[in-house]
Each structure stands twice: as C-alpha cells, then as structure tokens.
Design a protein. Structure first.
Length: 201
C-alpha cells in the first residue's frame, strides 16, 4: 500500500512540473521525500530538462547541505551541462563526505578528461578501481581516456573489462568500436556499432 501511495505522489509531482507548477513541487520538498524528489530529478535529467533538475537539487541541498547523493547528482547534472568547474566542485564535496565513493572518483576522472587533463583523469580512475575493481563505468571511462591519448590497445582492454562486467553498457561498446577502427579492425568495429544500436537504438 505504501509503495502505491509513494508512486501516486511521485506521479502527481511529475504532472505538476509538466504543467508548469515547479514552485509547488519545490515547496513540497522535505527530508522525508528527498529520495522521491531525486528520482523525479533523474527523470527530468534524462529528458534534458536541466533547469528543473537544478532547482530540485538546489532546494534539497539548501535543506541538507551534507546529503552525499544530492551532491553526486548535482555533479552529474553539471557534467551533462558542460559546466565542468561546477561539476568538479560538486565531486569534491562528495569526496569530502565519503573519500571512498568510487562513483565520485570516476566522475572526477571524467571531468578531468573533458578538461583535457588526462594524467589527472587516469589517476582518479585508478583510485575508483582500487576501491571497486568491478566498477564497469570506471573501466569504460579509463578506456575513453586512453583512447584520447592514442593508447588504443590499452583502451580496448579496459573497454573489454567494462563490457564483461556489464554487457548492456552501450557507451563502452561504442567507444570500443571507435578504438577498433583506430587500429584498423574495421569489421570488428562495425560489429560493436551494430551492438550499440541493439542496446540503444
């Protein structure tokens, strides 16, 4: 019963936002519904409605400035928006709360990669993998950085590891296809491009 009530409230808040009543939803945010509100923010992030996401997370952090998951999602939002300095600040907040949060180290590596600071990026990704050697996204991000450095064979090894851990990780398959193409394995690359389309048409 509680699950259906929660689902109903979430759907009601989503509809309010779609109808333009964002402030009404913001006024409803309180510590008892942070988790549900962050789920709503995820939905609108996937829809690239970044302004709405920013408002929701900002309000949550005004109420609880020490909530790790909110800072984490704040950082992801800024990465999506290309605001890498703000993303880096958010990641640093996460790591101050929990220095062993591997997703934050992986995101920090991704941010440094976007900024062209590849050595720093690899250091962060290595830290993520030291904490959790089975973290598929960190292996995938490491493969991307190595590819940008022209170290394609090493990139392929990392991307293989990511795909082994998560066969549905389309970004790893796409980046492996790019790396395979760079080393002249075009037929193999086509196979991985096709695989991406099956997972994410």
């Amino acid at each position: 019963m509680q699950v259906s009530i929660t689902k109903s409230v979430i759907e009601e808040n989503i509809q309010l936002i779609k109808d333009g009543n964002v402030d009404t939803v913001l006024d409803r945010i309180n510590p008892s519904n942070f988790e549900d509100m962050l789920k709503i923010s995820d939905l609108f992030r996937y829809k690239r409605k970044y302004e709405i996401v920013e408002k929701i997370i900002e309000r949550i952090l005004q109420i609880n400035p020490h909530l790790l998951v909110a800072w984490h999602k704040w950082g992801i939002l800024f990465i999506k928006m290309g605001k890498y300095d703000l993303a880096l600040e958010s990641v640093e907040k996460v790591l101050k709360i929990n220095p062993k949060f591997e997703r934050a180290w992986s995101n920090k590596g991704l941010i440094f990669g976007k900024l062209g600071q590849f050595r720093e990026a690899l250091n962060c990704l290595e830290k993520a993998l030291q904490i959790n050697p089975d973290f598929d996204c960190a292996w995938s991000n490491k493969g991307v950085i190595l590819g940008l450095l022209g170290r394609y064979e090493e990139a392929i090894e990392c991307l293989d590891k990511a795909i082994q851990l998560n066969p549905s990780l389309a970004t790893a398959k796409y980046n492996k296809a790019l790396a395979l193409e760079k080393v002249g394995r075009c037929m193999d690359a086509i196979e991985y491009y096709d695989n991406c389309l099956i997972i994410n048409p």
